[in-house]
Design a binder for this molecule. Structure first.
Ligand SMILES: Cc1cc2nc3c(=O)[nH]c(=O)nc-3n(C[C@H](O)[C@H](O)[C@H](O)COP(=O)(O)OP(=O)(O)OC[C@H]3O[C@@H](n4cnc5c(N)ncnc54)[C@H](O)[C@@H]3O)c2cc1C
Length: 286
């Protein structure tokens, strides 16, 4: 196995573009190293991106945030301001693993591992987050919802490396939330995850984004669920319409954690609960 420690994203992309065999980037390693130790995936080329300047920074950018690709869940939770503007994204990341995992796991690793049950991904999609990508042919920006293409797969081309996560400016009267259902109290994979992000005009929902995890081959952005609450005060009828739209979007599998029927039902329940929290956080609580 080759192990590289590039000093720039351009160098990381060049190494990845030329690499032969299985290539992995090493951020926190909480997926890569677990898969390696379990003989599930043994990389031929491992590219550690933690030696690149700025990868551990959480910085202001265009009124929003630029989050480095090595920033850990613990660093996000402990940040003095991030949680005030994007509590849903931070609480989603905070649900990942244990204290030890929190000291390593990153948003980008969670996204690029390609799990449909990845906790931070519905929250990032609801927030309208994007990622910067550096590749052999230059740089581009991709919406988070366009990154996963199936279990374990992403839209990144050979040689492309994510260089940062971008959260948009929070603006006034906005709030987000993430909830998941797991069969036990912690350290498990989401049976269903739901991120909701709302902006209010007075007490009415002016903008909404609803995202569901673990109910389809990729995390879903559910436009019909957003439309169900826009223009409403999130009253009982709106919540029922939201719930129905969320359940209707589900295309889940049966497995030992949950049946198709259970996941479909829980998606509707979580969408209502997450929307209520987001609404309260946006200032809609009376
Ligand atoms: C005990 C345990 C509990 C866990 N609990 C949860 C949980 O509750 N919820 C959950 O969602 N996950 C959970 N996970 C999975 C894992 O911790 C998360 O997916 C984590 O966010 C991965 O981040 P990482 O930095 O460790 O990624 P890594 O393992 O370093 O990388 C993961 C993948 O992302 C790719 N990658 C990393 N950085 C880049 C980059 N800059 N550009 C392109 N590709 C990149 C790698 O090539 C690899 O394919 C758990 C894992 C363990 C071991």
């Amino acid at each position: 196995m080759q192990y590289h420690t590039p000093g720039s994203f351009d160098d990381a992309a060049t190494i990845a573009a030329k690499a032969e065999g299985v290539t992995r980037f090493l951020a926190g390693g909480t997926d890569v190293l677990v898969q390696l130790r379990a003989d599930m995936v043994t990389p031929d080329v491992l590219i550690d991106i933690k030696h690149i300047d700025g990868v551990s920074d959480i910085a202001r950018e265009d009124g929003g945030w630029r989050i480095g690709v090595a920033v850990t869940g613990a660093e996000m939770t402990e940040h003095p301001e991030l949680d005030k503007e994007w509590p849903g994204v931070v609480e989603a990341m905070d649900l990942i693993g244990s204290t030890q995992i929190q000291g390593r796991a990153t948003l980008v690793g969670n996204l690029c591992n390609g799990s449909p049950a990845a906790d931070s991904v519905p929250a990032m999609i609801a927030a309208g987050a994007s990622v910067s990508v550096v590749g052999p042919d230059g740089s581009r920006t991709i919406k988070v919802e366009d990154v996963p293409t199936g279990p374990g797969r992403t839209s990144l081309e050979k040689g492309e490396v994510v260089s940062a996560v971008h959260l948009p400016a929070r603006g006034d009267n906005g709030g987000d939330a993430y909830l998941r259902f797991i069969p036990r109290t912690e350290m498990d994979i989401a049976v269903v995850g739901c991120g909701v992000n709302l902006r209010l005009d007075g007490d009415r929902v002016a903008e909404a984004r609803v995202s569901l995890g673990a109910v389809a081959p990729t995390v879903l952005l559910v436009e019909e669920a957003a439309q169900a609450v826009i223009g409403t005060t999130l009253d009982a009828a709106a919540l029922e319409a939201l719930s129905a739209a969320a359940s209707a979007a589900c295309k889940p599998i049966n497995d030992k954690r949950g049946t198709i029927e259970f996941r479909t039902h829980v998606a509707g329940v979580l969408a209502k609960r997450a929307a209520k929290i987001a609404y309260d956080r946006a200032g809609g609580a009376k």
